[in-house]
Write a protein that binds this ligand. Structure first.
Ligand code: ANZ
Ligand code: ZN
Length: 873
């Protein structure tokens, strides 16, 4: 038989067959019992936009490899899928197309489910839910009430970023250059009473526990640390020197009290109560404060905006320089919700302060001297010095280094009293703010409370949950449809029975994604979790997703897990033991002669000599090939995974996205790459069929031929390496090993096919089975079909992962360098620990050596066992 006698592998027929088989046999369904030897792998669940994109494919392919691999290794694997289904896009669609958000969302879910199912993922679909399912948001409301009771929720007024077009509050991250991320409208500041989760109570704990997350990328750990932003500093009081003043003291927070002698001004936030007090008699200050408010609350905007200030009538006494005073400004770069909302400015050693001082002609006094700098000539003009050094120009602090000076000034101020209070108090501050969860939107989880004029805020009694989203809502006008829905809004107080108003805010969708992983462990439970099950499965062993969620989603989930522990819903602190952030999928970009972006499907590429030349398929006109970039709709360099799966099958697509680059890096989608993967699928199929024919022949002899031993060694080494690579999530390296094994089998097979010995047949069977088993996590359909060709009844996904036999892993030959008179002339391969005479003989037999010796015997031959042979001629 020749290769051509086998039919091509047809994924269009085989893939649906296997998917149906797994589905019918409930292969990947896990029971509701406490699992034995559990392993929980989870990919960040998708937003149901309507179509999966290549990023999803890469993400889920990786998760599936882990899931199938762990399952084959005997773990009880939980690998669920759901939908992060609340949020703005559904409402926008409702506004644009007059379709109800619910309808739009569930239709998208149905479409995407079909697409995901075509990937052949080993998911337990019986656990699927969407966060907009009533059953889910009902339990989320229960959690909210428990958190409320436990003191983890609070209500406070705060300044918010208000998007006047979308009529909603935006998180700081959603304000980009002062505009709403979605609407593009200029963001305004508003005071709103909102619901908050008290995540800042956990700041220290969340920070400390990062140390234990050793299966997380270092990058993400750092991002979390910076976000929490702990800083140690001093709260200190400045005494007001001006007679006419609404306040006797101004309190500032500083992390650099060592620079106090370099202070040249005080700055208050525009929202500082003292600023408001002063504005009462100063219309110009009123205008300045209003100007600051137009800037938005985002830290980034404030960082980058031009530093502006307003000089007030106040002055304060310098705490450590007798007789000196400092002017008091209101400044646009001081935030009210950090520290005390007031600072002392030291222009020499803080860039913002320097920019400010240069703008307003304030003194710049350097007080930290870099090593090697000359104190007489050291000056600061445009760049503040923030590095280490010795304190100078600073009276009793002179000569100390920064840390010692901080301690000394703190000690000094702690023991002094101003207005009856210590002038300095050491304090640790965190950048982390409480998490505002109120959203003035319809398509979210209703916050289950009622406002009563007599009783205040009254939680909805648990037996009256869920607070359901009403169906009959209008999206014709902007704003929150719940707020204009009398049937929803008007209610009675559960406590006193009076007429009352239902809370019309819904929860931030980040709440929905902060505990879904726990819900998957008991998706049908009446309570949010079944603690015994949650504790058995959790923490998630391997969580996989995009780096864009490195901060908020992960931090909120970590907080939520702690809050759920406090309220008895789970027994652990950290939700994700292992975290992996995968790279993106990129593609070349194309532009036509008028500069318009073109989609890859509109472009044909040919080789002209060495050069790739592109033209427009429709018009034949030349096309410019641009840079390789992240796939994006705006640049049109997107590949639709559905098209690719339809054309090549899921296995080819999976193989390609796993094979080309390390999973944490970007992978470039190329036609050549996907074609290569397709050819490999066919090659495996052919090879397995050819091998199967040989396996069926009856052997006569039982020779222990070296080729068979070599084959076995290669196969066992491949299994050993692939096992370690998959366990370490190095999928591309596993793929490379699989290719090597395939190549070895391709050589071995024709060599033994004409007259195979029993040993050869055994070696062939082992090798081919190993090949099929090791590709199975990555190309599960092809693997099942091949497994069937070898005559197995049991599916390969139900077959235990192969074990490498350590006997085949040791190398029993070594390669020795051979030198003649100290010069390298070649190498020989001999048995490990071979005896001296044997090695000598092999070395002298080398052509290059024999030529030099030219028939004479060597003067001496020195053999360093397992290392080198030196011939002295
Ligand atoms: C004097 C000083 C001198 C400062 C110097 C820095 C350098 P981190 O490390 O992020 O905590 N600051 C304090 N409260 C602020 C607020 N509400 N808005 C804007 N800036 C504020 O930063 C602490 C430093 O940021 C503090 O230390 C304070 O300026 C400023 F050479 O005090 B520093
Ligand atoms: Zn009441």
């Amino acid at each position: 038989m020749t290769a051509n006698d086998f039919e091509r592998y047809n994924p269009r027929e085989k893939e649906p067959f296997w998917q149906k088989t797994w589905d019918e046999k409930e292969t990947f369904t896990v029971s509701d019992e406490i699992p034995a030897d559990p392993y929980y792998v989870l990919e960040m669940f998708p937003y149901p936009s309507g179509r999966i994109h290549v990023g999803h494919v890469r993400n889920y392919a990786m998760g599936d490899v882990v899931a199938r691999f762990q399952r084959a290794r005997g773990k009880t694997v939980l690998h669920p899928m759901g939908w992060d289904a609340f949020g703005m896009p559904a409402e926008n669609a409702a506004m644009a197309n007059k379709v109800h958000p619910r309808e739009w969302t569930y239709a998208n879910i149905a479409a995407m489910r079909t697409q995901l199912q075509s990937m052949g993922l080993s998911l337990d679909w019986s656990r699927e839910f969407a966060t907009c399912d009533e059953a889910y948001y009902h339990r989320q409301q229960m959690l909210f009430l428990d958190f409320l009771e436990a003191g983890l929720v609070t209500r406070k007024t705060s300044k918010v970023n208000w998007d006047p077009v979308d009529q909603t509050v935006l998180a700081n991250e959603q304000v980009i250059d002062g505009r709403g991320w979605r609407s593009g409208a200029l963001v305004e500041q508003r005071e709103l009473t909102q619901w908050f989760f008290k995540i800042s109570d956990f700041a220290e704990e969340l920070l400390e526990a990062i140390d234990g997350l050793d299966n997380w990328p270092e990058k993400v750990r750092l991002m979390q640390q910076n976000w929490i932003g702990r800083s140690e500093g001093l709260r200190m009081l400045f005494e007001v020197a001006t007679e006419q003043s609404p306040a006797k003291t101004i309190e500032v927070f500083t992390t650099r009290p060592d620079t106090l002698f370099g202070a040249s001004f005080i700055a208050l936030s525009a929202d500082h109560p003292l600023a408001a007090e002063l504005a009462k008699t100063d219309p110009a200050l009123v205008d300045f404060i209003a100007e600051c408010h137009r800037m938005g609350t985002a830290a980034e905007t404030i960082e980058t905006a031009e530093k502006k200030g307003f000089k007030t009538t106040l002055e304060v006494k310098h705490p450590v320089i007798e007789g000196a005073t400092l002017p008091v400004y209101v400044a646009n770069f001081v935030l009210m919700d950090y520290g005390t909302g007031a600072i002392f400015g030291c222009p020499g050693h803080d860039q913002r302060d320097l920019d400010f001082a240069n703008a307003y002609g304030l003194p710049v006094i350097p007080v930290i001297l870099p090593e090697d700098a000359d104190p007489k000539s050291f000056t600061i003009t445009d760049e503040a010095y923030t590095g280490p050094g010795k304190v100078f120009n600073s009276g009793f602090l002179d000569g100390l280094d920064v840390e010692d000076a901080k301690a000394k000034i703190a000690q000094t101020l702690e023991t002094r009293l101003v207005d009856g209070k210590p002038q300095g108090v050491r304090q640790t501050n965190y950048r982390l703010r409480d998490w505002g969860i109120s959203r003035q939107r319809y398509w979210g989880c209703p916050i289950p409370v009622i406002h009563c004029d007599h009783c205040g805020v009254v939680p909805v009694p648990k037996d009256q949950l869920p607070v359901r989203l009403p169906e009959d809502v209008e999206f014709d006008t902007p704003g929150n449809p719940l707020d204009r829905h009398p049937g929803f809004r008007n209610t009675t107080c559960p406590e006193c029975g009076a007429e009352a108003r239902r809370e019309t805010d819904t929860m931030d969708t980040f709440v929905d994604s902060s505990w879904y992983f726990a819900r998957f462990t008991a998706p049908g439970a009446e309570t949010p979790t079944v603690p015994a099950l949650a504790n058995a499965w959790m923490p998630v062993d391997q969580y996989i997703g995009g780096i864009e969620h490195a901060i908020l989603h992960l931090l909120y989930s970590r907080f939520f897990t702690r809050a759920m522990k406090k309220t008895g819903h789970i027994g652990i602190d950290e939700p994700f033991k292992g975290l992996f952030t995968q790279g993106m999928v990129t593609h070349e970009t194309y532009k036509d002669d008028s500069g318009q972006w073109l989609a890859p499907t509109e472009v044909a590429i040919e080789m002209v000599g060495e050069e790739r030349v592109a033209r427009h398929i429709g018009t034949g006109k030349p096309v410019t090939i641009g840079s390789v970039e992240k796939m994006s709709k705006s640049k049109r360099n997107v590949i639709d995974p559905e098209d690719m799966i339809a054309a090549y099958g899921a296995d080819t697509v999976r193989w390609f996205v796993l094979s080309d680059s390390p999973p944490e890096r970007d992978v470039q989608w190329t036609e050549a790459g996907i074609e290569g993967a397709w050819r490999y699928v066919q090659r495996v199929w052919r090879l397995v069929n050819e091998a199967s024919a040989v396996l069926d022949t009856s052997a006569e002899t039982l020779d222990e031929d070296p080729a068979s031993i070599e084959m076995l060694k290669t196969a066992h080494k491949a299994v050993d390496q692939i096992t370690r690579d998959i366990a370490g999530l190095r999928f591309n390296r596993a793929v490379a090993q699989v290719y090597e094994l395939t190549n070895a089998i391709s050589k071995f097979l024709p060599a033994i096919a004409p007259a195979p010995s029993l040993t050869a047949i055994k070696a062939l069977r082992t090798s081919v089975e190993f090949l099929i088993q090791t590709i199975a996590p990555m190309m599960p359909h092809l693997a099942e079909s091949c497994w069937g060709v070898l005559g197995h009844d049991r599916m390969v996904c139900d077959t235990p992962w192969p074990e490498a036999d350590p006997r085949y892993l040791v190398d029993d030959t070594v390669v020795l360098a051979v030198q003649v008179n100290g010069k390298r002339r070649g190498e020989i391969s001999v048995a490990k620990d071979a005896a001296g005479p044997q090695v000598e003989e092999a070395a002298l037999a080398l052509d290059a050596v024999a030529r030099i010796l030219d028939g004479k015997s060597p003067k001496k031959v020195i053999v360093v066992p397992n290392r080198i042979v030196n011939v002295v001629a």
